[in-house]
Design a protein around this ligand. Structure first.
Ligand SMILES: Nc1ncnc2c1ncn2[C@@H]1O[C@H](COP(=O)(O)OP(=O)(O)OP(=O)(O)O)[C@@H](O)[C@H]1O
Ligand SMILES: [Mg+2]
Length: 223
């Protein structure tokens, strides 16, 4: 899937949270977005995933304008093709960790039930969550909840993963688990758009953009 972003802007009142950003993401690309607090990173991801409407500019998925698809098509796109990890992830409180991870599959049925169960086991194992799978979200730590949200975002094998600070609540060891998992999915052609303050994570990306006051600057790696 190709994502094309063209002169995208978002104003809140008179403040430009996103200021005329353009970039492309091809299948299998890994893009990291870094930048100071308040520079517009979360706003950008909200625009790209259709949760906010832009003030100006276009977002195209496989040459289809996000602003021109129906609500139903947007829902389908999000459920089947986009994986989302929010900065402050919320799980369904009365479902177990395992069922939270499996939930996106119930709506889309992209794979068979047996495949979903297998994928779920794999994700639980890789994120060292197997022992917690029958617990409820309120019985988990912040980091365990974050890892659950990451597993949930990958269960449907999306085309593009949007992850906002996926390692924000994690210690270095758990951060590395997430890093390895993302790299592995990326090798299997998952595109990743990652917002992070964690430079170790950002360095895996082919392209790093620094966001400042709503604008993008490409960071040259290695200096
Ligand atoms: N719903 C909103 N209404 C008004 N202003 C908003 C809204 N959402 C974000 N903003 C403003 O837009 C700017 C960018 O916010 P955003 O959340 O995108 O920053 P960020 O780069 O994700 O920061 P952080 O690293 O702290 O998560 C900020 O000045 C913020 O106050
Ligand atoms: Mg943010």
């Amino acid at each position: 899937m190709l994502l094309r972003v063209h002169r995208l802007s978002k104003l809140f009142g008179n403040d430009k949270a996103v200021d005329s950003i353009s970039f492309d993401v091809n299948q299998g690309d890994y893009v990291a977005i870094i930048g100071p607090s308040g520079s517009g990173k979360t706003t950008l991801l909200s625009l790209l995933t259709g949760m906010l409407s832009p003030t100006e500019g276009d977002i195209l998925y496989d040459n289809r304008r996000l602003s021109q698809i129906t609500k139903r098509e947007l829902y389908e796109l999000r459920a089947r093709e986009l994986g989302l990890v929010f900065q402050f992830s919320e799980l369904v409180g009365n479902l177990s960790i395992r069922d939270n991870i499996l939930l996106p599959g119930l709506f889309t049925r992209k794979f068979s039930n047996a495949e979903y169960q297998r994928k779920c086991d794999y994700l639980l194992e890789h994120l060292l969550l197997s022992n917690f799978q029958n617990k409820l979200p309120r019985e988990l730590s912040g980091g365990q909840i974050q890892k659950t949200a990451i597993a949930r975002s990958l269960i449907n094998e999306p085309s593009i993963l949007f992850a906002d600070e996926p390692s924000g609540d994690l210690d270095p060891e758990n951060s590395l688990l997430v890093q390895n998992l993302l790299n592995e999915f990326n090798k299997r052609n998952l595109s990743i758009i990652l917002v992070t303050h964690d430079m170790q994570l950002a360095y895996d990306a082919q392209t790093i953009y620094e966001m400042k006051q709503g604008k993008f600057d490409q960071v040259v790696k290695g200096i």
